[in-house]
Each structure stands twice: as structure tokens, then as C-alpha cells.
Design a protein around this ligand. Structure first.
Ligand SMILES: NC(=O)c1ccc[n+]([C@@H]2O[C@H](COP(=O)([O-])OP(=O)(O)OC[C@H]3O[C@@H](n4cnc5c(N)ncnc54)[C@H](OP(=O)(O)O)[C@@H]3O)[C@@H](O)[C@H]2O)c1
Length: 279
């Protein structure tokens, strides 16, 4: 049986669907009740921050897809990985971030870095996935597009190869189902081409069938907006990646294609699939 944590989010939901469709026995974990899971999938309600409840979340699992949400700073990486080992788990796939590799001094990625260390030192067969920015971050614009056919964002012409969460899920499913081919590997997951915020907005205009204006925010305007709901050091880190990405962060990785045998999906495909959120 495979336990998927974060099972109702951008990556977890399509991952659960892919594994179930492939005939795997799947247990989906989230804090809130989950609706719309495929038939035959078991749901366990639990909080990864509740160390006492971890054994119950991993019980009976042969493999775990470990996805932690947000900053994860309420979580204890070693306790979580130790609980998986104690429950008899043999394989673990951890969803990290490309920035753990490219921004080695970034405080906001300390928790993901600690998870990577715990997973690699666990004695289990492990694989680490390091996705770049998600196409689904464009959900942040959905309300503006619906109500005002406008997107206000900084760094309109700075392109990054955003990855479709469904491709992360596809790689995760493949890695979970063919561990011999992927144990001990770290994969960087990106989309097929770097795409700027302005180009993403153009794609969204295409799916809503109406012009969507791009309003350029200055870095300081963007900082004040983001600082309303994120800690200062996280905001600075985000703006630095969005405004001054390194050559490595702008580069398309071949790892999605290596694992899936096809090119990653473009941002336009994500926009098409998620059109109802923008119309
Ligand atoms: N967005 C990006 O550009 C980006 C780039 C690289 C890496 N990442 C990494 O990707 C991860 C987020 O993936 P995502 O977008 O698929 O997540 P998401 O859509 O935010 O979903 C989070 C999932 O985790 C569950 N969850 C949250 N806190 C939990 C807890 N304490 N215990 C158990 N379940 C919990 C949520 O359900 P409940 O709320 O019901 O618990 C939900 O199922 C983060 O680790 C992030 O650092 C993101």
C-alpha cells in the first residue's frame, strides 16, 4: 500500500488518481476530510505536526509519498521519517523544491532541506523530487482575472520554466511504481520552456476568451502585498527568484522527459485545464 500525504492538493490529488488508476492500493492523508477521491482509495485524516499520530498515518504502508505544505516549520522532519521507518515503510519519495539546491543560504527552505537530509539518511530506498515554480501559482490571479480581467504582478518579462503539478504527480507515480529505476536519485522538475508572467497572462486571456490586462507592479509594491500573508524572509526569497533567477533556475530540466518519456506539459495546457477558475 502507498501512503500519499498532502493528498488533496495540487500534486497529491492527481497523484492519488494516477496510482489508483494503475491499480495500486492507496491511502490518502490530509488534515481535513477529503471528497472526490477515486473509488477504492482509503482516506486517513491526520496532521503531520501531531507526532503522536504519525504511526497511525503510516501503518501498513510499503511506500510513502511525503509532501509537506506551506513552510513546514511546524513539522519535525526526523520524527516523521523515523515514524515511517518504524511503521515498516521500505521506500520514500520526498517532494522538495529546486530552490533547496539553487538557494543554499535560503532560510525559508531550511525545513525542506532538513527533510531531504532525514530522507537520505533513513536507510530506506529514497528518491527526492525538486520541482521549480508551479504553474498552479497562477491561481493567485484567478480572482483578479474573473472580476476585473486584470493581473497585477511584478517582473512581467522574467521567464521561468514553471511546471504543471500533474507532471510532478506523473513523475511521482512512475517513481513509486518502479523503485529500482529511481532509488537514490534526485530529479529537478520543470516545464518545457521558460514562460514569463506576461506570457502566462496571455495564455489565460486565450482560455477566458477575452483580453486580460497585465499591470506591472514594482518590486516594493509586490513586497507590501506579499508581506500581508507571508514572513519577510520568505517574501524576499520569492521576489529574488521571481526577479533575478539564476541561470540554473531558468534552465529547462530534462528529468520529466527522462522519467515519463515525453516532454513536460506547457503552461497553456495547465491554463486550459483550469479555465473554470478564471471564467
Ligand atoms: N508552489 C510552488 O511553486 C512550489 C515550488 C516548489 C516546491 N513546492 C513545494 O510543494 C509543496 C506544496 O505542494 P502542493 O502545492 O501540492 O500543496 P497544496 O496544494 O498546498 O496542498 C497541501 C496538501 O497538504 C495537506 N496538508 C497541509 N498541511 C498538512 C499537515 N500539517 N498534515 C497533513 N496534511 C497537511 C493539505 O490538506 P489539509 O489542508 O486538509 O491538511 C493538502 O492536501 C510544498 O512543500 C512546497 O514547498 C512548491
Amino acid at each position: 500500500m502507498i501512503v500519499v500525504t498532502g493528498a488533496t492538493g495540487n500534486v497529491g490529488r492527481p497523484l492519488v488518481e494516477l496510482l489508483a488508476a494503475a491499480g495500486e492500493k492507496v491511502t490518502a492523508v490530509s488534515r481535513r476530510p477529503a471528497d472526490g477521491l477515486p473509488a477504492g482509495v482509503t482516506h486517513r485524516q491526520g496532521d503531520l505536526a501531531d507526532v503522536g499520530g504519525l504511526a497511525g498515518l503510516f501503518e501498513g504502508a510499503e511506500a510513502v509519498y511525503l509532501l509537506v505544505a506551506g513552510l513546514g516549520d511546524e513539522l519535525d522532519p526526523r520524527a516523521i521519517v523515523t515514524a515511517a521507518v518504524a511503521a515498516g515503510v521500505r521506500r520514500i519519495v520526498f517532494q522538495s523544491s529546486q530552490l533547496v539546491g539553487t538557494r543554499t543560504g535560503s532560510v525559508s527552505h531550511d525545513v525542506l532541506r532538513a527533510f531531504e537530509t532525514a530522507v537520505r539518511g533513513s536507510g530506506l530506498d529514497w528518491t527526492v523530487l525538486r520541482p521549480g515554480g508551479f504553474a498552479s501559482n497562477a491561481f493567485l490571479w484567478a480572482e483578479q482575472v474573473r472580476s476585473a480581467r486584470t493581473v497585477a504582478a511584478p517582473f512581467g518579462d522574467v521567464a521561468l520554466p514553471v511546471v504543471d503539478p500533474v507532471d510532478i504527480a506523473g513523475v511521482a507515480a512512475e517513481v513509486l511504481r518502479d523503485p529500482a529505476a529511481h532509488a537514490g536519485r534526485t530529479y529537478v522538475l520543470t516545464g518545457p520552456v521558460a514562460v514569463s508572467p506576461r506570457e502566462q497572462v496571455r495564455a489565460l486571456a486565450g482560455v477566458v476568451g477575452a483580453p486580460v490586462a497585465f499591470v506591472a507592479l514594482s518590486a516594493s509594491e509586490a513586497r507590501s502585498q506579499l508581506a500581508r500573508f507571508l514572513p519577510e524572509e520568505v517574501v524576499d526569497g520569492m521576489l529574488s527568484v521571481m526577479g533575478e533567477p539564476s541561470a540554473e533556475e531558468q534552465r529547462v530540466s530534462s528529468d520529466v522527459e527522462r522519467v515519463l518519456g515525453r516532454t513536460p506539459r506547457p503552461f497553456a495546457a495547465w491554463a486550459e485545464r483550469n479555465a473554470p477558475a478564471f471564467t
